[in-house]
Design a binder for this molecule. Structure first.
Ligand code: 2M8
Length: 421
């Protein structure tokens, strides 16, 4: 087998191995359940293995959708002692059990790509038609419950909701969250070197928030008013924006079109407010601290995500393309999740520095939209080089390309199948 065939075979094997029967775990051991944005990216990989299976990934995730439309960040389809905090900590009633927070909503965009690229068009139409009402309810939930004052930006209440858990962007806001005093036992450190994971002090605050949601009866109004962690995450908002635009498009090809005026108005409102998050000196967009009503001055890869949602001006896009090229000089093995120039940059510690393949792909997709094909191609080449060098790890040291975190990782394999191989 040549090198390329070997990489393709390995990626497909990873999806099959991580398949627990209709849903794919991110990696065995470390993450034994179905995660929301992992499921979206992973479905894209299944497209190259088994189209029907790609659609099942979404259907399984939507089994966890709440009455109010929310799609949880983890759906606990079966029990496992490998992970903390599990369903006994979240205490959400429902079958299957789930968490009470969500994750960056990239499902609609992944559904659109799979719908357009699948070969079995009849299957795709049937599956799309069935998923549309669920996707619409999910997006409506974001705007209704997470932006109740119609500011144009949805709120996040937990670093886990951003998907970029220990990003330095959240450090100051997280300091306002008390540390739990009750004992608990982390399980992630049974699987991964502690130098590549969040600190105990951060976990103490993550768990406090889990208790806080439960003690506030998961009531969105109480949480909106009182949650000590309250951010407006630029990356999540960009993912939502792109997803809503894709959903509006999908409504035109679905067998039954519905009134999308409310989602159209939400997307238009977001377009109005994104410019306020642009930082003219850093050449990227910033996250926002809701309670202090100001932007958070930390440069992260999430700040480039308005490329992916088509929310930047051509001038801003050109500045971001140039900035990305500079980051790639300092960290040539994929786009660092935190600027290598930030004092908080840490090359191996999870979202504080490492590069992540699905983020590289989304940003490259945005760069292409703005005509910066050269930088998009550079991101593709460096991403390809790291899997050749290190295999399908969860994340990669952006300076050396060393694989970090979990190995045989589903979304890394999926993005490789879709974008790199
Ligand atoms: C990581 O997050 C989980 C909590 O959700 C964890 O560390 O326990 C993040 O990288 C997140 O973005 C990802 O969805 C999840 C599963 O891959 O792992």
């Amino acid at each position: 087998m040549n090198k390329l065939d070997n990489l393709v075979a390995q990626a497909k094997d990873i999806l099959r191995t991580n398949d627990l029967g209709g849903y794919t775990v991110p990696t065995k051991g470390l993450y034994p359940f179905q995660w929301n944005w992992d499921a979206g990216v992973t479905a894209l990989g299944w497209l190259y293995v088994d189209e029907l299976r790609a659609w099942t990934e979404f259907e399984k995730l939507f089994e966890g959708q709440w009455e109010n439309g929310m799609v949880p960040h983890i759906v606990f389809h079966q029990e496992s002692d490998d992970y903390f905090p599990g369903p006994d900590q979240w205490k959400v009633e429902g079958n299957p059990p789930s968490t009470s927070i969500s994750q960056p909503p990239l499902l609609a965009t992944m559904v659109r790509i799979i719908y357009e690229q699948s070969k079995d068009k009849e299957l795709a139409q049937t599956k799309l038609d069935a998923l549309m009402p669920k996707l619409i309810r999910y997006h409506e939930w974001w705007y209704r419950e997470r932006d109740p004052e119609n500011t144009g930006l949805v709120s996040s209440y937990h670093p886990w909701e951003s998907g970029m858990d220990n990003s330095p962007a959240w450090d100051d806001v997280l300091q306002r969250v008390p540390q739990v005093t009750r004992p608990y036992q982390r399980r992630d450190l049974n699987h991964v070197d502690s130098k590549q994971r969040p600190l105990k002090e951060q976990y103490d605050r993550y768990i406090y928030l889990v208790d806080f949601f439960r003690e506030n009866d998961f009531d969105y109004q109480k949480i909106y008013q009182n949650c000590p962690f309250h951010t407006q995450d630029i990356s999540l908002n960009a993912v939502l924006q792109r997803g809503t635009l894709d959903l509006i498009h999908l409504n035109k090809v679905a067998s039954v079109a519905v009134d999308m005026s409310s989602l159209e108005a939400s997307a238009a409102k977001a377009e109005e407010v994104f410019p306020a998050l642009w930082d003219a000196e850093r050449h990227l967009f910033l996250n926002r601290d809701h309670d202090l009503a100001k932007t958070i001055p930390v440069s992260t890869s999430g700040g480039f995500m308005p490329l992916y949602s088509y929310s930047a001006t051509p001038e801003q896009a050109a500045l971001m393309a140039a900035e990305i090229k500079e980051w790639l000089v300092l960290g040539p093995s994929g786009l660092a999740s935190t600027s290598p120039l930030e004092s908080t940059f840490d090359a191996k510690r999870y979202w504080r520095g490492p590069s992540w393949l699905h983020i590289n792909w989304m940003i490259a997709d945005g760069l292409k939209h703005y005509g910066h094909d050269d930088v998009a191609e550079q991101l593709r080449q460096v991403s390809r080089a790291i899997i050749e060098q290190s295999g399908y790890f969860e994340y990669f040291d952006p300076i050396t390309g060393e694989g970090c975190g979990g190995k045989d990782f589903s979304w890394t394999a999926a993005i490789a199948l879709h974008w790199l191989l």
